[in-house]
Ligand binder design. Structure first.
Ligand SMILES: [Fe+2]
Length: 240
């Protein structure tokens, strides 16, 4: 498990993880979506959130690994993901009333370029200039429940919110990148590390491929951005 509570797939869970991939991505094999989703950022995240995943600011400063902890205000593109990405999150178990994602909507004068060029120094300024101060959650508080798939655009500011320190929540999360127009492709910002992690929806939903996860790095976890090694490693295998 990573400091953010992600349970990463390893060789011993290959079979179960591939079954999960089949089930999750088939949710998106609908007529409406078949020409919408181009890539997913692999691997699919199984995530456990409790207060233990929340570290103090001091601890964060000491460890570069915790820089991206999800209880800080963030958008996924600040961690290198595409600014055109769409997040999908499926709560499965736990207290989603006291342990949930808090969302903040962009203001009318939202500037995508500015938000995507944020630095540690101007973070607070950019945040208050571009996003509402009040969370948008009251508008859909009855929708954030186990079994409901929640999707949001990568321009939506959000954070993990834990109101009850004893609460927990387990969910599945991943983001897709839609097919982009030529104009959108030009404005697409994605880090080279996240680019490598993309797999097409066609490969993931075809029954002809499986992901084979390796054993390596089991004891040598490094965060996916701050560290020199990933928390996992996999190959796409074509079945005969
Ligand atoms: Fe996030």
């Amino acid at each position: 498990m990573t400091p953010n509570g992600f349970i990463v797939p390893k060789s011993h869970s290959n079979k179960e993880f591939n079954a999960l991939i089949d089930t999750f991505y088939s949710l998106f094999d609908t007529k409406e979506l078949q020409n919408v989703i181009k890539y997913w950022q692999e691997p699919l995240g199984i995530c456990f959130k409790s207060n233990d995943n929340d570290r103090s600011d001091l601890e964060m400063k000491k460890s570069g690994r915790l820089y991206h902890q999800t209880s800080n205000f963030h958008i996924e593109s600040w961690a290198g993901y595409s600014n055109f990405g769409i997040n999908t999150l499926l709560p499965l178990f736990g207290d989603t009333k006291k342990n949930y994602t808090e969302f903040f909507e962009p203001k009318e004068n939202y500037n995508d370029f500015e938000v995507n060029s944020v630095t540690e120094k101007n973070l607070n300024q950019i945040k208050s200039k571009n996003y509402n101060e009040k969370p948008a959650n009251p508008a859909f508080k009855n929708e954030y429940i186990s079994g409901n798939l929640i999707c949001w655009d990568n321009c939506l500011l959000h954070r993990t919110k834990i109101e009850d320190k004893k609460s927990y929540r387990i969910f599945i999360v991943n983001q897709f990148i839609p097919y982009l127009s030529r104009k959108e492709s030009k404005a697409n910002i994605i880090s080279k590390y996240r680019k490598i992690g993309r797999l097409t929806h066609n490969i993931l939903s075809s029954k002809k491929h499986i992901l084979k996860f390796s054993k390596i790095n089991d004891r040598r976890f490094k965060s996916t951005l701050g560290g020199k090694r990933d928390a996992y490693s996999y190959k796409v295998m074509r079945l005969k």
